[in-house]
Design a protein. Structure first.
Length: 351
């Protein structure tokens, strides 16, 4: 096994993110170095637990932790308040106390739900993130945003609750469906466009880089953003690049277009909008990379359709909308504008 990289986040809680290639069985040791022996309530899903549940359980048990497990069905449809309640019920039955911990073993759904359960159970207990998808590794496992979906929309109920440890073994990504892996690359490309042109160049050609190094760089960028704006009142909004349009595409498709694929198309729309807004035109540069990863690049919805969904987005404040636009590759900026201007820009950009 190669050496483990360590990135430390200083937010409302200070925690380490450990990144290895093949180090999953070292989880127990890493946990024992940081936490007293306690009960660890694992939340996982029925795709991930059969693959990695035993390694994680054995490792934690050998290090002196008691394990209880709750497994949900894989997929976004599981990210409900009812499933959080069921997980909490299982923790009550297993007598999990305030000095115990939750552990998320899986992708973004499991991570968001486990984090939310940990945030509200007994008014908050610590939790560990063990992300097993690229998207969870570079985005959702870091930064303390936890949530579930309700009928009115995705992630509408949640809390900020920073993890106590993030433990990533990049080998767990090897079992991912290629389309799920590709979805994660939309977020990787996003980091390059918003804040790091070198990262963008490094990942421009699929497969030509060391995935562990790329993930570590994305996490460093997210760490820097979260340390400056943990509660999403300012520059953390940069992480929404491509997401305003992406969320609208996802919703209009009835979620048949995946998050990553929608964000990829959203980044292209943002580039087109930036051009008509008066910034340098990076549409071709961004479209090429997204295409090379195998994403669809066209948007099946009109400006009016996208706009109606954008208007109902929870992140809109008042009559203004903040769009993150690429001024340069590696230097995107939040541009606040009247909502109607977004519609006009989209139409001008040919949507
Ligand atoms: N995924 C966006 C954020 O963590 O702010």
């Amino acid at each position: 096994m190669e050496s483990t990289a360590k990135i430390t986040v200083h937010a409302s809680g200070t925690y380490d993110i450990l990144i290895s290639k093949g180090g999953l069985s070292g989880l127990g040791k890493a946990a024992a170095e940081r936490f007293k022996p306690c009960t660890v309530a694992i939340l996982s899903d029925d795709k991930v637990f059969p693959l990695y549940g035993k390694t994680v359980t054995d490792s934690l048990q050998s290090a002196g932790f008691r394990i209880v497990t709750h497994v949900i069905a894989n997929g976004e449809q599981s990210k409900t308040l009812d499933n959080v309640t069921a997980f909490i019920d299982s923790m009550v039955k297993a007598q999990v106390t305030r000095t115990d911990m939750v552990l998320a073993l899986g992708g973004g759904v499991v991570g968001d739900m486990a984090g939310f359960a940990a945030a509200i159970y007994l008014r908050g207990i610590p939790y560990i993130q063990v992300p097993t998808t690229l998207l969870a590794a570079v985005d959702s496992s870091v930064g303390g945003k936890t949530a579930v979906d309700i009928s009115a929309g995705k992630n509408l109920v949640g809390a900020f609750h920073q993890p106590a440890l993030v433990f990533l073994d990049t080998e767990t990504l090897n079992t991912l469906d290629p389309s799920v892996m590709r979805d994660g690359f939309a977020e990787v490309i996003k980091y390059g466009i918003i804040l790091d042109s070198k990262l963008f160049q490094a990942v421009a050609k699929p497969g030509s880089f060391d995935i562990k190094e790329v993930i570590a760089r994305c996490i460093e960028i997210k760490r820097d953003v979260v340390e400056q704006d943990e509660f999403d009142k300012g520059m953390r909004g940069l992480l929404n690049f491509g997401h305003t349009f992406g969320h609208a595409i996802e919703k209009l498709s009835g979620f048949s277009i995946t998050h990553g694929s929608a964000v990829a198309r959203g980044m292209i729309i943002a580039a087109k909008v930036a051009r008509v807004y008066g910034f340098t035109d990076y549409t071709d540069v961004i479209t090429k990379v997204i295409k090379d990863y195998g994403f669809e690049t066209g948007c099946p919805y009109s400006a009016d359709e996208l706009y109606s969904v954008i208007l109902s987005d929870k992140k809109r404040s008042g009559a203004d909308i903040t769009l993150v636009l690429p001024k340069e590759i590696g230097a995107s900026t939040p541009e606040k504008m009247p909502a109607l201007q977004v519609l006009e820009l989209m139409k001008k950009a040919g949507l």
